[in-house]
Design a protein around this ligand. Structure first.
Ligand SMILES: Nc1nc2c(c(=O)[nH]1)N[C@H]1C(S)=C(S)[C@@H](COP(=O)(O)O)O[C@H]1N2
Ligand SMILES: [Mo]
Length: 322
């Protein structure tokens, strides 16, 4: 038998439909165990805490997901965190060097109470919630993740943003001693992201401090990361050290690198393709041990949160403001 030639798997992602179908046919005859090493690492990693019966209560805003959750080892083993390298397994392998305590966040700009605030103070008195959110990466894969944390709006209000605050800018730590990826010019460090103030104040916008009821692992953006479930994953900035209220639209890292490919808004939208691939569908990494066999499912406008967030974009041309 001639050797079986699998299409080369780069990131296991960003694969156009034809290649994907071909790969699926090839993989169909193989066992899951045989194909996993091609892409996945950490399959033997610890299993999910309380994976058997997570009883996630309905959160305050009524959000509830009946979709199967992504396994803990995928959530914490298949990551994008370029400060630790650009491979999906790099953050889990390298991020343990990130010191997450003590941690403080500089809050500045258009607000009445700026300051450099210890994380404990930032979160003090705000009730922790669990939110099960879909996370859709711009590369074409998605997960369903049970986060723990607080609504972003509750944190931001503490600093009393003024009427001049039209946007909120976020910055990740960029310490080459703790973050090997920062020694390479993959992005213009530090990683920066931003939201319009009305987006930031929306009840779905969330600051996560944990996942699956456990403290957030470094690779997921410990000790504090943004989760904006209706936008592509790159908006959900990790390991935040600064929050700035601004009058003008802030500089954001991916947009600065490739403005034609990554817009400031980055709302999930199946009708607006990435210049190099379709956004019509996504590979859902959830509920199965074999990520590569995961189902391709249709991508939904605003990642399925149109009912909640659609009014934020009323009258906006989503093709122009991608
Ligand atoms: N600082 C920082 N934040 C980041 C990234 C990054 O490389 N650096 N990657 C983003 C991308 S592209 C995605 S898809 C999500 C992935 O989050 P997860 O690894 O917790 O699933 O983090 C986002 N936040
Ligand atoms: Mo992403």
């Amino acid at each position: 038998m001639p050797p079986l030639r699998l299409p080369r798997i780069r990131d296991c992602e960003v694969t156009d439909e034809a290649v994907w179908r071909q790969r699926r046919r090839l993989l169909a005859g193989m066992t899951a165990a045989a194909l996993l090493p091609a892409c996945r690492r950490g399959e033997d990693a610890a299993t999910a805490p309380d994976a058997a019966a997570p009883a996630f209560p309905q959160s305050a805003d009524g959000h509830r997901s009946d979709e199967p959750l992504t396994r803990y080892e995928d959530v914490t083993g298949y990551n994008n965190f370029y400060e630790f390298g650009s491979g999906k397994g790099d953050p889990a392998a390298a991020a343990k060097t990130l010191r997450t305590a003590p941690w403080s966040v500089a809050v500045l700009g258009e607000c009445a109470r700026p300051g450099n605030v210890p994380l404990e103070t930032l979160l003090a008195g705000i009730g922790q919630e669990q939110r099960i959110y879909r996370l859709r990466c711009v590369e074409g894969w998605s997960m369903v993740i049970p986060w723990d944390g607080v609504p972003l709006a509750q944190v931001l209000r503490r600093f009393e943003p003024t009427a001049a605050a039209k946007f909120v800018a976020f910055t990740t730590l960029a310490d080459p001693d703790q973050m090997p990826g920062v020694r390479r010019p993959t992005l213009d460090w530090p990683y920066r992201e931003g939201l319009r103030i009305d987006e930031a104040m929306h009840p779905l916008a969330f600051l996560a401090t944990g996942v699956y009821g456990q403290p957030l692992p470094q690779q997921n953006g410990a000790p504090l990361r943004l989760v904006v479930p209706w936008k592509y994953g790159f908006k959900s900035i990790k390991s935040i050290v600064a929050i700035e209220f601004t009058h003008a639209m802030p500089y954001t890292s991916w947009n600065a690198l490739q403005p034609q490919e990554y817009g400031f808004h980055a709302n999930v939208n199946p009708d607006v393709d990435h210049p190099r691939w379709s956004q019509r569908s996504e590979r859902r990494i959830a509920g199965t041990a074999a990520s590569l066999l995961a189902e391709r499912i249709p991508t939904r406008l605003f990642n399925g949160y149109a009912e909640q967030v659609g009014s934020l974009y009323a009258g906006m041309d989503l093709r122009q403001w991608y």
